[in-house]
Design a protein around this ligand. Structure first.
Ligand code: RB5
Length: 148
């Protein structure tokens, strides 16, 4: 699995923990920045990761900002992206099992690096259940396709 990882300055505190966890799980990580705590704009990094996932260059993505919210909103503007902010293990697991979230978003001002490790593991190791959940995802895709 090839995983795109990106953050702004607010999410930077989590990035090393996220990358090492993904590598421990056997993933190949593509680090799309940012590379310091210098202030940057989260939409740039949300789009970079989302484009990599939507194009098929990467299988999945992890994005991080201060709350996880802004960068998830930006990522979700890219067609085909289902980015979910998660703050506990149940959300992390269920967003893969039911929403087939292809990106998770984490907040560097909300959770610790240790928590980020645990959330990434819960999401990455869960499996999409398909069935009635696929039908609902198809409905989301239909909404997306209706947009001008
Ligand atoms: C940056 O200060 C902050 O607004 C950003 O990291 C994020 O939390 C936005 O949702």
């Amino acid at each position: 699995m090839k995983i795109a990882v990106g953050c702004d300055h607010g999410g930077f505190v989590l990035k090393d923990a996220v990358i090492s966890t993904l590598e421990e799980l056997g993933a190949q990580v593509v680090d799309m920045g940012t590379y310091s705590t210098e202030s940057v704009d989260y939409p740039v990094y949300g789009k970079k990761v989302a484009d990599a996932v939507a194009s098929g260059e990467c299988d999945l993505g992890v994005v991080m900002c201060g709350t996880g919210i802004g960068i998830s909103i930006a990522a979700n503007k890219v067609k085909g992206i289902r980015a979910a902010v998660v703050t506990d293990e149940f959300m992390a697991e269920m967003t893969r099992r039911h929403n087939n979230a292809n990106i998770i978003a984490l907040g560097g001002r909300v959770i610790t690096p240790e928590k980020a490790k645990s959330l990434v593991k819960a999401w990455y190791t869960a499996e999409f259940e398909g069935g009635r959940h696929q039908k609902r995802i198809d409905m989301i895709t239909q909404i997306e396709n209706e947009q001008k």
